[in-house]
Design a protein around this ligand. Structure first.
Ligand SMILES: [Zn+2]
Length: 100
């Protein structure tokens, strides 16, 4: 077993597997009402991953990808919009600081 293998997760936008640390994790609270952005990768709960990329974000939120990835039947429109705005801001700041 090699220890150099990094955990990969699939982006719900483009469907490409990427190293977990390069993706943004969206976590569903146990009661399913709150969706948070897990920047440290430490939050528990069912998560979905998306690239820090505007196109991926739009894809992830335009279809049923997010709902399905989080095993939810429905996400409140306002919750979804809030989350999208926050994620968008994160991807913008990532570009500004050169990705690190
Ligand atoms: Zn992607």
């Amino acid at each position: 077993m090699t220890r150099r293998k990094r955990p990969l997760r699939r982006c719900i936008g483009c469907g490409v597997s990427q190293p977990k640390k390069d993706l943004i994790r969206i976590v569903r609270s146990p009661d399913g009402q709150i969706l948070s952005i897990d920047t440290g990768g430490k939050m528990s709960g069912r998560g979905a991953y998306v690239c820090p990329d505007g196109n991926c974000l739009e894809k992830a939120f335009s279809g049923k990808h997010l709902v399905r990835a989080l095993r939810m039947s429905h996400i409140d429109e306002k919750v979804q919009r809030d989350l999208f705005t926050r994620l968008q801001r994160m991807t913008e700041s990532c570009k500004l600081c050169g990705g690190e």
